[in-house]
Each structure stands twice: as C-alpha cells, then as structure tokens.
Design a protein around this ligand. Structure first.
Ligand code: 5GP
Length: 127
C-alpha cells in the first residue's frame, strides 16, 4: 500500500530492517553512508535500490541531513550506476514520495533502472 501524507519515520519499515540486518538483501554496495541492493520485484533487467544510512522518509527530509552524508549517498548512487556497467547503455534514477508517486516504503531511497529501453518517463494520465 502506498505511503500517505508525510508520515514520521517508522523504525519498523522494511528498509530500516534491512539496514539493521534483520532481513536479507542482495547487496551490491555498502559504505558508511549508503546501502545498495537488488529490488525484490525488479521492473527492469537492472533494478537496484540505494538507501541512505539514516532515518529519512523523503528527499526533503534527506536534504536536511548532514552534508557529508548527502554527498556520500549521491556518490554511492553514481558509483553503483557505474559499477553496474550502465554508463554506455544508460539508466534512470528515480525517487517516489507520497501517494501520487506510489511510495511504498517510507525510508528515502532511489531506484536505479537499466538494461532495457525504459520508455516514457511518466505514463500518460488515465482518461
Ligand atoms: P517505492 O514504491 O517505495 O519507491 O519502492 C519500494 C520498492 O521496494 C519496490 O520496488 C519494492 O519492490 C521494493 N521492496 C519492497 N520490499 C522489499 C524487500 O523486502 N526487499 C527488497 N530487496 N526490495 C523490496
């Protein structure tokens, strides 16, 4: 179910549990600032999630984080995209926030998609 409104950070969310090692994930990268792992329900041949190590629901929350954490997180996103071999074929980085975007997990994260033509950026509005 999509996250609604702007909830406070919930320490029981699935990505918080992955960060604490309570739930396994197929890790592709980990450092002091970020963890990257394969999405459990991939929407493209490459579908990796990158999450910051901290308690942030959304991009706006994360923008108030320690600048070193923000820099480290975005550096990790770029490193993962490069290490996945997507520089030549291309890729898409996306974040969802709130109900209109269908955010499911209330821990700020970005998706990295690649490995096929990704089509339109946003589907047309329903008639
Ligand atoms: P959102 O809609 O919040 O941007 O995306 C959440 C993503 O997390 C979805 O693509 C979903 O497939 C993925 N996901 C949900 N639960 C798990 C899990 O337990 N493990 C992993 N690896 N991915 C998950």
């Amino acid at each position: 179910m999509a996250v609604s409104g702007k909830p406070p950070y919930d320490d029981s969310n699935i990505f918080a549990r992955i960060l604490r090692g309570e739930i396994p994930a197929k890790t592709v990268h980990e450092d002091a600032h970020a963890l990257a792992f394969h999405d459990i329900n991939p929407q493209a041949p490459v579908h990796v999630l990158v999450i910051p190590k901290g308690r942030f629901v959304s991009l706006v929350d994360f923008a108030a984080a320690d600048p070193a954490l923000q820099a480290g997180f975005w550096a990790a996103v770029a490193k993962v995209a490069r290490d996945l071999g997507l520089e030549e074929s291309g890729y898409r980085v996306l974040t969802n926030m709130g109900p209109d975007a269908g955010q499911e997990v209330p821990h700020f994260h970005v998706h990295i998609f690649g490995g096929r033509r990704l089509g339109r950026m946003v589907p047309p509005a329903a008639a």
